[in-house]
Design a protein around this ligand. Structure first.
Ligand code: RP5
Length: 164
């Protein structure tokens, strides 16, 4: 059963949003990933949110570029947390998607992450942290991954300092 939904506005967003899935795989969090658009398939987007909610999905991650309304449209349909990943898909370099995603009206928040792959990865981490509030095993896996990151920085630092 998917605990997290990963939506993207176009198949052209797939390579960036796949980064989300990689982190959730690493943390053993079940997810459902698909393409659905706020503009091109609005009814499908609304239906997916209702169906996934009914099946137990707890966090929605939405990546979109240009006039990025996907996360906002999902936030309009659910009171569960919605995380938005703005994507650089136009000659405006992602500023268009960033503003469209972050500037939600009061009462319909979209937790907006960084642009592109950095945001896709952190959306997965944040979704996992939200789920971990009621899942001590997942909390432990997140702690273990953080310990591994800490160790890798300490190892790199020790090697760099040794060469001086
Ligand atoms: C957005 O428009 C999508 O999320 C994508 O980032 C961008 C361009 O979509 P395509 O024209 O490549 O399908 O809706």
């Amino acid at each position: 059963m998917a605990k997290v939904a990963i939506f993207m506005g176009s198949v052209s967003d797939r390579d960036v949003m796949a980064e989300c899935g990689k982190i959730l795989d690493k943390l053993d969090v079940p997810y459902f990933m698909t393409v659905t658009s706020a503009h091109r398939t609005l009814e499908r987007t609304a239906r997916l949110v209702s169906e996934l909610e009914a099946d137990g999905c707890r966090v929605f991650i939405c990546g979109a570029g240009m006039a990025a309304h996907l996360a906002g449209a999902v936030a309009a349909k659910t009171t569960r947390p919605v995380l938005g990943v703005p994507l650089a898909a136009s000659s405006l370099g992602g500023m268009d998607a960033l503003l469209a995603t972050v500037q939600m009206p009061a009462g319909f928040p979209v937790g907006t992450l960084a642009l592109d792959k950095a945001g896709a990865r952190n959306a997965a981490w944040l979704a996992a942290q939200i789920l971990a509030l009621s899942d001590p095993d997942l909390s432990g896996r997140i702690e273990a991954e953080r310990a591994a990151m800490r160790e890798s920085v300490e190892k790199a630092a020790a090697e760099m300092e040794k060469r001086q």
